[in-house]
Write a protein that binds this ligand. Structure first.
Ligand code: GLN
Length: 230
């Protein structure tokens, strides 16, 4: 499983979210603390952020810890809305930059932490890669993020062993699901962080229960159980 993170709030640097925290995504790429599946996340990484309404992305098939160019530039990149991930590729999936989250339809940035049988997903020409996560992202984009809960329920029914942890944002809204892995929220004075696992030991981190949809807009965090879940 991968580890991912989303930010919605005041402009902050990408480095402050991914690289600086003591257990941030950079450290999670080789020493995650709560990872249930896989030992490390060395098969690539990606970050997407909104810049005056435009979704910008930087993705790689190499380990985050070795990217000295990104480490140099990340402190200069600032955004109100960010989706970032480090990847542990599922066996049999391609390792290439286009298989690293976040995926995008131009309006949304989306990361998938988990695994799904590609046989239950419709083939979409819009998928950026043959990796299961890109095919799932294409389906979620097709059906619309407003229908994310229903899409997760449908896919979860079609593949009961799927793990479907999503993190997605469009610049003014950040949404996530828990379906088979951990997620925590940190409400800060300047915004909200959602992350597969806390990036530090601040006491304000709260765990999100399994099979929930989290929706962050205008500083408000709402939690909804995913219906039909057992
Ligand atoms: N199945 C996806 C991939 O291979 C995501 C893997 C994960 O969550 N570790 O990239």
């Amino acid at each position: 499983m991968c580890r991912h993170l989303g930010w919605l709030g005041e402009p902050v640097s990408i480095a402050s979210l991914m690289l600086d925290p003591p257990s941030g995504l950079q450290v999670q790429s080789y020493a995650p603390r709560r990872q249930k599946h896989g030992l490390m996340n060395a098969d690539g990484w990606g970050v997407g952020f909104f810049d005056h309404g435009h979704a910008r992305r930087w993705r790689s098939a190499s380990p985050l810890w070795g990217d000295v160019s990104f480490a140099s530039v990340a402190p200069a990149l600032h955004s109100r809305c960010v989706v970032a991930a480090v990847r542990s590729a599922t066996v049999g999936m391609p390792i290439e930059a286009s298989a690293s989250a976040p995926f995008s339809d131009g309006s949304w940035l989306l990361s998938h932490n988990g695994v799904v049988d590609r046989g239950v997903l419709p083939v979409s020409r819009a998928a950026e890669s043959t990796v299961d996560s890109a095919m799932l992202a294409a389906l979620i984009f097709d059906r619309g993020l407003d229908n994310l809960a229903d899409t997760i329920l449908d896919v979860g029914t079609a593949d009961p062993s799927a793990r479907l942890n999503i993190m997605a944002a469009n610049g003014s809204r950040l949404v996530a699901t828990t379906w088979g892995d951990t997620l925590s929220v940190l409400r800060r004075d300047d915004g909200v962080v959602l992350a597969s696992e806390p990036y530090d030991d601040h006491p304000d981190w709260q765990d999100i229960p399994e099979r929930h949809l989290v929706d962050v807009t205008g500083g408000q965090v709402s939690l909804t159980p995913l219906e039909g879940s057992s």
